[in-house]
Design a protein around this ligand. Structure first.
Ligand code: ADP
Ligand code: MG
Length: 524
């Protein structure tokens, strides 16, 4: 049975691609000739025209699917918001700082979104420390002022708690109650929060995936804020989207996603073509550059002395250990061992410990003690990687830095340099360093610019890793690789315009061919 070309000829001819059946034939029965006809060489490099055509098809299918979703949103009804900025003004007045221009710009974009008839779907990208949290809160205020509800989702319990505390601090003076739902919320408290959400007595709730559970019913959810989306699995994102649909009134909430993952613009347009895109491209004033040094772990004793001095000066330190337990294959230092060692060597300094195997309550207590400067050193695993905000901490030690990817190192380093004291980051490594690891550490030393780091990352790794998904294949491509095939993107955009406008039937078939049931996946 011949496979039909659902991409119109005018597009295929433009690209000079072989027909689809030729493509499949060439991939399965490569010729062994010389030069141009040496299929094997090109196939190995994924540069064979047959492969390029398949990648083109697949990326085009994704692009079209996102356009369909975007189009469908035009038929969904958004909550009816009369923009009033009384609460925003009151909130800004009580802040100890003024918004940066970049923050103001994004808040203005969001205010516009909120008045639209159709639900907005906006991705807000801002490097670590650019101040996304306050922007999220300001987005919530007009919603609350209009009597609607807001849900805020964080990827970890630690972050949810931190957001909750921050929002509470900002909202209490405005007399707006905030609720916090987590897996450790007591059954009785949970029941009363759920009741209040159903009755519209609570306007804002912060939580993790606990917000997905079936028994959570909103009265009038009008805005969903998702922090650090890439940490959520695809299934969760889908559930979230469904939850947002208000059962009784046919209204779909607006959605704002915050991410610190710097995404080069061309890629963002492809990966998130169905979303509007804002960048907070400015850090708050007064931030000092973080001095980054790379040190072999044999020098640990020197480093410990250095921390002793830093503590004496009133500074606080994170000490990050990538794994929590001794693993035979990886031989990493464990957080627990390090904790014990530091306690021994720095006996007169208060040291805390936080890792993923602790109970949420214990984690929260350890974070709180560090925030209150009751502990001066916090030994941690990478649980503190995303979003943790303790401005007084100015020293970041990372063990086994050679094992971590650039995105992760950048996130970790971003935990310091948040206050006005000069901050440093020490990347400890175990020799010998691989070429790649050396390049990563050099990159970290050379720049603090998230976009530059992302570009380097892009050169060195695959899409799945850059977007922090860890689960490979999570970006959902079978043959395409958005990084390798980045040169195809402009033509794919153009082809998508033509197909979406002029060939809706073919578009549908192409989407089905490549995405099938997974189409739902793009609803997020
Ligand atoms: P991120 O974008 O990484 O989530 P946060 O929202 O945690 O950053 O903000 C980092 C720190 O900067 C917080 O302590 C926050 O209160 C502070 N901050 C945010 N905006 C400003 C600003 N315009 N001026 C000064 N400090 C700010
Ligand atoms: Mg954050």
């Amino acid at each position: 049975q011949p496979i039909d070309d659902v991409i119109p000829n005018e597009i295929i001819a433009e690209q000079n691609y072989p027909s689809l059946s030729q493509c499949l034939y060439q991939i399965h029965r490569p010729s062994l000739g010389e030069g141009l006809h040496n299929d094997i060489g090109l196939l190995k490099e994924q540069q064979h025209p047959a492969q390029q055509r398949l990648a083109f098809e697949e990326l085009l299918a994704h692009q079209l699917a996102m356009r369909v979703k975007q189009h469908e949103r035009q038929y969904e009804q958004a909550p009816d918001i009369k923009l009033s900025t009384t609460l925003q003004a009151a909130c800004l007045k009580q802040l100890p700082f003024a918004l940066t221009h970049a923050q103001q710009k994004v808040v203005a974009q969001i205010n516009k979104d909120l008045q639209k008839k159709h639900p907005a779907l906006r991705l807000i990208q801002g490097d670590v420390g650019s101040g996304k949290t306050i922007v999220a809160l300001l987005a919530a205020l007009p919603i609350i002022e209009n009597g609607y509800q807001v849900a805020v989702m964080a990827p970890t319990e630690l972050l949810a708690l931190q957001h909750y505390e921050k929002f509470q601090e900002w909202l209490t003076p405005l007399k707006i109650p905030v609720a916090h739902l987590s897996s450790s919320t007591k059954a009785k408290d949970r029941r009363s929060i759920l009741q209040a959400l159903e009755n519209n007595n609570i306007k804002m709730v912060v939580g993790t995936h606990a917000l997905f559970q079936d028994d959570v019913e909103f009265n009038s959810l009008a805005l969903l804020i998702v922090d650090e989306q890439h940490r959520f699995g695809v299934d969760q994102r889908l559930a979230l989207r469904k939850k947002g649909q208000n059962a009784h009134n046919d209204i779909s909430p607006h959605q704002i996603t915050l991410t610190a993952t710097p995404i080069p613009r061309t890629l963002a347009m492809t990966m998130y073509a169905d979303m509007d895109y804002s960048v907070i491209d400015e850090l708050p004033p007064g931030r000092t550059a973080i001095k980054t040094v790379v040190i072999a772990q044999e020098k640990r004793a020197d480093i410990i002395e250095r921390i002793r001095h830093a503590c004496a000066e009133g500074k606080q330190t994170y000490w990050v250990c990538p794994l929590i337990s001794e693993s035979e294959t990886l031989q990493c230092e464990t957080a627990e061992d390090t904790f014990g060692l530091l306690k021994e060597q720095l006996a007169d300094i208060n040291i805390g410990l936080v890792h993923g195997r602790m109970k949420p309550k214990e984690k929260a207590a350890a974070m709180q003690a560090f925030k209150n400067n009751e502990t001066q050193i916090l030994v941690a695993t990478t649980v503190i990687e995303v979003g943790v905000d303790v401005p007084n901490a100015s020293l970041m030690m990372i063990e086994n830095a050679e094992r971590l990817g650039l995105a992760q190192l950048h996130q970790l380093r971003g935990r310091v340099g948040r206050g006005s004291t000069a901050s440093s980051c020490v990347l400890m490594y175990k020799s010998p360093l691989s070429q790649k690891a050396k390049h990563r550490l050099d990159t970290m030393r050379a720049t603090q610019d998230g976009f530059k780091i992302a570009e380097e990352d892009l050169k060195m790794r695959g899409a799945g890793e850059l977007f922090g998904t860890r689960q490979t294949g999570d970006n959902g491509f079978r043959v395409a690789d958005v990084f390798r095939d980045v040169h195809l993107l402009p033509e794919i955009e153009a082809a998508a315009d033509i197909m979406h406008e002029q060939y809706p039937e073919n578009s549908k078939r192409l989407i089905n061919r490549w995405l099938g049931l997974r189409q739902q996946y793009h609803q997020t």
